[in-house]
Design a protein. Structure first.
Length: 128
């Protein structure tokens, strides 16, 4: 997979999540509630995030000045996040419970995720 395809894949996922959270706030709030209340879902998310991060780090650990370093940063962040979720699930449950009580989170999060997604799509399509 080349850099443009990785940008497109991550950008597509972020754009879809951002739009989904903007257009279906109630559903995404329920998703967050379910996530926080489900140790099995938290564990599965940790495994998937760890594997995704590992694959990105192993296949694209490129520290250069330029946009492609974003892929490396995403990979390392996913690897660390997956490890932290698996090693300290109580911490992530605590953070999630604080976020689900915050109405501001559900107003700000979708916009940030959507903007990141569109930015990555633009990189993937070679516009930037």
């Amino acid at each position: 997979m080349n850099d443009a395809q990785i940008f497109l894949l991550i950008g597509l996922a972020y754009t879809a999540m951002g739009l989904g959270a903007l257009l279906s706030k109630g559903l995404y709030k329920r998703l967050l509630d379910d996530f926080v209340d489900s140790p099995a879902l938290l564990f599965l998310t940790g495994i998937l995030t760890l594997v995704l991060g590992f694959v990105l780090v192993v296949s694209h650990n490129v520290w250069v000045m330029g946009w492609t370093v974003i892929i490396t940063i995403f990979g390392w962040l996913a690897l660390v996040k997956g490890f932290m979720i698996l090693a300290f699930p109580g911490f992530y449950g605590y953070i999630g419970s604080k976020l689900k009580m915050s109405g501001a989170f559900m107003r700000v999060y979708p916009v940030i995720v959507l903007l990141i997604g569109v930015f990555l799509l633009l990189l993937g399509f070679g516009v930037l």
